[in-house]
Ligand binder design. Structure first.
Ligand code: NAD
Length: 492
């Protein structure tokens, strides 16, 4: 049975790519093709960017009142909420994550649209008391055409997170989801259309990063690029965007430390150490992928951790029992497995896992066991590099200073946590972590109200919260003469 080809959305219309090419989208739990999607290329991206440019410069969207934009975004949230089950199921079928996680993601995306619908109607700007009979004020305005490029680990949320603030602030946008997971973004555009977004204001291009993403990051009609993905890709995009001095937000990779002191609540710390790395199959930029354990509780902690890791139920995300799903693709699975072998070759000790799961129907998908490796030396590549899968690397420390040194000892700086029952120590340590997203005695909870982003090579700028809204605005000062008369600067 042939499948209908899913289209892209350019200038208010659903269209096929100019080259009429397509690509398959797979379910990573079964290896089956679940959709055929039109494969956009450079010309399609250019068309979409021109449409967004026209919509920004000529359609009046940038001059709409905040209330009008808020009404549309609230309608998008309502439509998304009405189809919440469908969205969650498609995200699970396309990404593999357990249904309970996709369900949470849909609620998160709904909240993002409501949050930014509310925020854009709130007071903004500043006034200053300055001399010379001038009334000085500062206003925020939309940047213009935003080009957004996203990755596959949170297919719906990643795109909602860029669309909602960009549109709330009055920008127009061209968005390119990851080619592995475009399906819920296509559905989200159905909601945007139904909610009454004018033609050209939001455009969707499905296609490869090497063409579509590359065009977005270079095209001079794009004013800002908002990117979520790997650090190497982020560096390439930054270089391309430099030629036309685009504004840039980069949400990149991580190798985040989770420091556990011996005085922490034992079961809580074990529990969160598992959650930190194995939630969403470890395909989380902020995953706690380095466990930094105090020597005094090291052996006992690892025994319990391994015991519980081995009990995690791995399977198809659509099964209610499933706690961890498959990796996104065969090639990504092989990359993760090769890191395990690399670690063993480097001298790390495998404590559990490390294998592909090949029984009970899982052999058709890309499943691997929850894996824990013990590393003796920080210079190992498995300590320094992002694996982006269910692979935890454990290191031992003796002093607070050593824990901080290990924690900060990579090029990344996205997230980090500390577990201890000593309140002062917790705050001392967390303030020394060079990371943008941190936790004390917990791991992972973050909220749309708070800024999201990294230090060091984990990125530039912040998404979410008020910071993430401001990132889609330009700042303009306006000086108003309160005494309208000549300046008298020149005598004649
Ligand atoms: P990736 O960098 O390979 O791809 C991300 C996106 O960029 C995709 O849409 C891809 O098509 C596009 N792309 C690829 N090459 C491009 C190019 N030359 N020019 C323009 N666009 C291009 O990343 P990935 O492997 O899909 O995602 C995993 C990475 O994303 C991890 O490093 C992870 O940590 C990171 N990530 C970061 C955050 C964050 O908030 N900091 C969130 C999720 C994922």
């Amino acid at each position: 049975m042939s499948m209908p080809i899913k289209q892209m959305f350019i200038d208010g219309e659903w269209v096929y790519s100019q080259k009429q090419e397509t690509f398959p989208v797979l379910n990573p739990a079964t290896g089956e093709t679940i959709a055929i999607v039109t494969k956009g290329g450079r010309e399609d991206a250019q068309r979409a960017i021109s449409a967004a440019r026209r919509a920004f410069d000529e359609s009046g969207w940038a001059q709409t009142h905040a209330r009008q934009r808020a009404d549309i975004l609230n309608r998008v949230a309502d439509l998304l909420e009405q189809r919440a089950d469908e969205f969650a199921q498609v995200d699970t079928q396309n990404n593999g994550k357990p249904l309970r996680e996709s369900t949470y993601d849909v609620a998160d995306a709904v909240n993002q649209f409501r949050y930014y619908a509310g925020l854009c109607t709130k007071p903004n700007g500043q006034t200053y008391d300055v001399p010379d009979d001038i009334q000085a004020l500062v206003v925020r305005e939309p940047i213009g055409v935003v080009g957004a490029i996203t990755c596959w680990n949170y297919p719906l949320v990643m795109n909602a997170q860029k669309l909602a603030p960009a549109l709330a602030a009055g920008n127009t946008i061209v968005i390119k989801p990851a080619d592995l997971t475009p399906l819920t973004t296509i559905m989200l555009f159905e909601c945007l259309q139904e909610a009454g977004l004018p033609a050209g204001v939001a455009n969707l291009i499905t296609g490869p990063g090497s063409e579509v993403g590359d065009e977005i990051s270079r095209n001079e009609l794009v004013d800002k690029v908002a990117f979520t993905g790997g650090t190497d890709t982020g560096i390439a995009i930054m270089k391309n965007a430099a030629d036309t001095v685009k504004k840039l937000s980069l949400e990149l990779g991580g190798k985040s430390p989770n420091i556990v002191f011996a005085d922490a609540d034992f079961e809580t710390a074990v529990d969160y150490a598992l959650y930190a790395i194995f939630a969403n199959q470890g395909e989380v930029c902020s995953a706690g992928s380095r466990l930094i354990l105090e020597e005094a509780s090291y052996d006992r902690f690892l025994d319990r951790l391994v015991e519980r890791a081995q009990k995690i139920v791995v399977g198809n995300g659509m099964d209610e029992e499933t706690e961890m799903g498959p990796l996104i693709s065969e090639s990504h699975m092989n990359r993760v497995l090769s890191y395990v072998q690399l670690g063993i070759g480097e001298g790390a000790k495998l404590l559990c896992g490390g294998n592909r799961l090949m029984e009970n129907g899982l052999e058709k998908g890309f499943f691997i066991e929850p894996t824990i490796l013990e590393a003796t030396d920080s210079s190992l590549r498995i300590v320094q590099e992002e694996i982006f899968g269910p692979v935890l690397v454990v290191q031992k420390f003796q002093t607070e200073q050593e824990a901080i040194r290990l924690a900060n000892g990579t090029k990344f700086g996205l997230a980090g946590a500390v577990f201890t029952n000593d309140g002062a120590k917790a705050q001392r340590v967390i303030r020394k972590l060079r990371a943008g997203i941190t936790w004390i005695n917990t791991y992972h909870p973050t909220f749309n109200e708070a800024p999201w982003g990294g230090y060091k090579q984990s990125g530039i700028g912040r998404e979410l919260g008020t910071f993430g809204y401001e990132a889609y605005t330009e700042v303009k000062q306006i000086n108003i003469n309160l005494q309208v008369k000549p300046s008298g600067w020149f005598r004649n």
